[in-house]
Design a protein around this ligand. Structure first.
Ligand code: NAD
Ligand code: MG
Length: 392
């Protein structure tokens, strides 16, 4: 049996992960589940999967979870805070760790899993954006295995030759083609974007996801974060990563080779496919996803992205080109700006404006040790909050 820790089990990816795992009770045993504050959600998951550990990031929430578990007669160790998350990410009972916390909050536990040499199923792209170099070094030093969950990166992984770590030039790969649906506002004019609401932004045409990543998809910051993620995962540079708008979300990404071949991975837009792939790799297991009906799909369209309309994508390319702490600044500013938009405190087009101002205020440097990155993340959040307050 493979022991699995699910970090962020009550979220969209966490729930899809448990859906796949429940189809294979002979193969996987859930050893730890974690959530931020959702006591009801984690309690129900604990009843169903009976893990050894449950972690609530919030201490009060941990206490009420513990009381409810005791009342039900379940003996599950309840831990709290970042230390609790790091413990269940690194402990010997966990062979695989699904990293599905949203945002930079996932960095330390995901890093702990990498250092402990786990198979890391990486959904938490922000961890790589904030600390890509450090994270990939921890993967190497810890002997960890990293399998991408983000559908694009999982698709690229499936289309790459097995020895891609030798370098993309060495293995004949000329380009990574990351597909993007363009989100719910792909066809709106810049003017129309001024007044869009959080609920409209979260109504993605093809994917059902958490609210933060849904807004990121609408601004296309999600694709920008994914360009950065691809550079670290596949040891390449941003000039080798081309974003391709593909509204149907059927091709999840492609790899172009020097001989002119282009390999693509296709499927219905359902995260259970990349999750099942990463759980079973190199084998294949059932995921519950319906087979792709190409006749119903009928057509596949492609367009180049418009960097003016999607300023967040341009800012992300600039941040990874600048390197050092710049991607961490970009990510922190984005997390705060998106939260403010979801709270009704910032307009949709204010998101890239605020991020650009923070990047101008904080030039970033090449020093990317963990303490520097955490300090920069903290400072960028404070500056972003200040800028948002000053706008009203
Ligand atoms: P979500 O908001 O639905 O779930 C987030 C999970 O993280 C929840 O369990 C929540 O309790 C936990 N969490 C939130 N803040 C926390 C904190 N401070 N400390 C500890 N735990 C915390 O998010 P999601 O859509 O499942 O996305 C999770 C990650 O996967 C993100 O990094 C996202 O970019 C990535 N991802 C998601 C999808 C998708 O389809 N949802 C696709 C690709 C990548
Ligand atoms: Mg994605």
């Amino acid at each position: 049996m493979i022991g699995l820790t699910v970090l962020g089990s009550t979220g969209s990816i966490g729930i899809s992960t448990l859906d796949v795992v429940a189809r294979h009770p002979d193969r996987y045993r859930v050893v730890a589940l974690t959530a931020n504050q959702d006591v009801d959600g984690l309690f129900e998951q604990c009843r169903r999967f009976e893990p050894d550990y449950a972690v609530m990031a919030n201490a009060d929430a941990a206490q009420s979870l513990e009381q409810r578990l005791q009342a039900t007669g379940l003996t599950i160790n309840v831990l709290t805070g970042v230390e609790g998350l790091e413990h269940v990410a690194a402990m010997s009972e966990a062979d695989y760790v699904m990293a599905a916390i949203v945002g930079a909050a996932g960095l330390l536990p995901t890093l702990a899993a990498a250092k402990a040499g786990k198979r890391v199923l990486l959904a938490n792209k922000e961890a790589l954006v904030v600390a890509g170099e450090l994270f990939m070094r921890a993967v190497d030093q810890g002997g960890a295995e990293i399998l991408p969950i983000d559908s694009e990166h999982n698709a690229v992984f499936q289309c790459m030759p097995g020895d891609y770590r030798r370098g993309l030039d060495q293995v004949g790969v000329s380009q990574i083609l990351l597909t993007a649906s363009g989100g719910p506002f792909r066809t709106l004019s810049l003017d129309q974007l001024q007044d869009v609401t959080p609920d409209q932004a979260c109504a993605h045409p093809n994917w059902d996801m958490g609210r933060k990543i849904s807004v990121d998809s609408a601004t296309m910051m999600n694709k920008g974060l994914e360009v950065i993620e691809a550079c670290w995962l596949f040891h390449t540079t941003p000039d080798k990563v081309q974003v391709v708008l593909h509204p149907q979300s059927v091709i999840h990404s492609m790899v172009a080779y020097t001989d002119g071949s282009v390999l693509a991975q296709l499927g219905n837009p359902d995260m259970r496919t990349p999750i099942a792939h990463a759980l079973a790799w190199p084998e294949r297991i059932a995921s519950g996803v319906a087979p792709l009906d190409l006749f119903a799909t009928a057509r596949l369209d492609f367009e180049p992205p418009n960097m003016e309309r999607f300023a967040c994508l341009r800012l992300a390319y600039q941040a990874i080109e600048a390197g050092g702490t710049c991607p961490a600044i970009l990510n922190a500013a984005n997390e705060i700006a998106v939260a403010a938009f979801l709270d009704g405190k910032l307009g949709f087009t204010g998101i890239p404006e605020v991020i650009e101002s923070v990047l101008d205020l904080m030039p970033g440097d090449g020093n990317s040790d963990l303490n520097t990155l955490l300090a920069v993340d903290h400072e960028a959040r404070i500056r972003t909050e200040q800028l948002i307050r000053d706008r009203v």
